[in-house]
Design a protein around this ligand. Sequence first.
Ligand SMILES: C[S@@+](CC[C@H](N)C(=O)[O-])C[C@H]1O[C@@H](n2cnc3c(N)ncnc32)[C@H](O)[C@@H]1O
Length: 186
Amino acid sequence: MDIEYKFCFPNKWTFKMKPIYEFVMEEMKKAKKVLVPFAGVVRFDHSDITYIDIQDNLPKPYIKGDTMKILPKLIKKGEKYDLIVSDPPYSASRNVMLYKNQKYHEITLFRYYYHQLLEDNGIVLEFGFNSNGISEKKGYRKVKLLIVAVGGNHNDFLCLKQIKTQKSRFNTIQKNMKINKLMRFE
Ligand SMILES: C[S@@+](CC[C@H](N)C(=O)[O-])C[C@H]1O[C@@H](n2cnc3c(N)ncnc32)[C@H](O)[C@@H]1O
């Protein structure tokens, strides 16, 4: 796996951070059809991107709603993407503080949907305070990690690029998974 280390001041709109924007753009340039399930405010120069966000009054275009409810609808419609750019709130408490909403879901639940929406050899970019990503056992290969230090005693932002290999399988539906109470206030 390629590992890169950069510094940038933090921003609650992750893609406004230059090294992270560039990390995303590198993949956008190669992708045909892109899904951005936690869109926030940044819109990329690309002709086929589906943005989703739960907040009102964000820059258009975007589907307004809970990603957890919208992804199954996209699956039902048979949509497929070759790039998914996943930048969810990094914890339940940040979701309330920074984005003013309570609809926090475990990332593991989203990954199950990503798997169904992603073409073979498609790419998932995940952003957060850890680099767990989708398990290699499920056939996803971690190919690049960008570590962005943001100063002080803050967590680094970790940006992970993964490829869905042809061996990938993701049979478990984890819909019953509950949010661990301790995780809510990490
Ligand atoms: C870390 S920010 C992403 C910011 C974006 N990458 C940017 O740089 O502008 C997380 C985003 O997820 C949205 N969000 C949180 N929970 C959501 C949910 N259940 N469904 C859809 N969007 C959600 C928030 O409103 C927020 O815009």
